[in-house]
Design a protein around this ligand. Structure first.
Ligand SMILES: Nc1ncnc2c1ncn2[C@@H]1O[C@H](COP(=O)(O)OP(=O)(O)OP(=O)(O)O)[C@@H](O)[C@H]1O
Ligand SMILES: [Mg+2]
Length: 237
């Protein structure tokens, strides 16, 4: 990682039958950075995460993780290299206990840190309950726990706080910030809640119609007229 970047993406592109969902998107994240990926519905945020993880057909572009080119690797191989993600919709199994599913995820990981992850995400007191039996807010923390199994280097989170109350969202944001500092975890976070974004992100990348509109620190992005016009609206002016 001679240049100090944990993640370097160059020219990420995805076309669906003539429609370009992602067009020549590039960015680079330093180790331990929390990067917010924002933009309107359909801007290409989830598609960007798909291409980074090697999901779907014909990913175009170069992805480097810790300096190593992983562009040709499968999703599973990228996960083994330390690239983890959570999905926009919950991916937990309702019929398993929380502990059972964290352990199940850990079976594929080199490092079994199930108990650490359960305690870090404040799931200890409910770990033996069925996932279907706990609150929605707890389920979203289980999603995060599953993505943290094996202590990944890079975590891609697609709206982890969607549907949570403001209080639950900010509590999750604080957990993430804390973990990222202690584990040197690099995070790319898709989030619509600007309070969460501004509370924890070091830098933001703004996508618009599949392209990078701008990138910068939260304050400069917040006051960028183009971003306000395309995404944030006048309430942030
Ligand atoms: N499998 C697919 N086939 C065709 N078009 C797709 C497919 N997946 C995504 N798209 C289109 O690509 C564009 C980007 O979608 P994407 O899901 O990446 O947006 P997003 O920024 O994650 O939006 P949201 O905030 O709603 O989650 C959209 O216009 C979407 O309709
Ligand atoms: Mg999305």
């Amino acid at each position: 990682m001679a240049d100090g970047y944990m993640l370097e993406a160059r020219g990420l592109t995805r076309r669906y039958a003539g429609f370009t969902a992602l067009n020549n998107v590039s960015f680079a994240l330093r180790e331990g950075e929390i990067r917010g990926l924002i933009g309107s519905n359909g801007a290409g945020k989830s598609t960007c995460m798909d291409v980074l993880t090697g999901r779907g057909k014909n990913p175009i572009g170069t992805v480097r993780l810790g300096g190593e080119d992983i562009s040709k690797l499968s999703q599973r191989e990228r996960r083994a290299k330390g690239l983890s993600r959570s999905f926009q919709k919950t991916s937990i199994f309702p019929d398993l206990t929380i502990r059972e599913q964290v352990r199940l995820a850990a079976r594929n990981a080199e490092l079994d840190n199930s108990e650490e992850v359960i305690s870090e995400l404040a799931l200890s007191s409910i770990a033996d309950r069925l996932a279907s039996d706990v609150s929605y807010g707890d389920q979203r923390r289980v999603d995060l726990a599953l993505a943290l199994v094996g202590r990944p280097k890079l975590l891609l989170l697609d709206e982890p706080a969607a549907g949570l109350t403001v209080e639950e969202s900010l509590s999750m944001a604080r957990m993430l910030r804390d973990l990222s500092e202690r584990w040197k975890l690099t995070v790319m976070l898709v989030e619509h809640d600007m309070e969460v974004i501004f509370a924890i992100c070091d830098r933001l990348t703004v996508l618009h119609l599949g392209e990078v509109l701008t990138e910068g620190d939260p304050e400069s992005v917040r006051s960028n007229p183009e971003v306000i016009r395309a995404y944030l609206g006048s309430s942030f002016a």
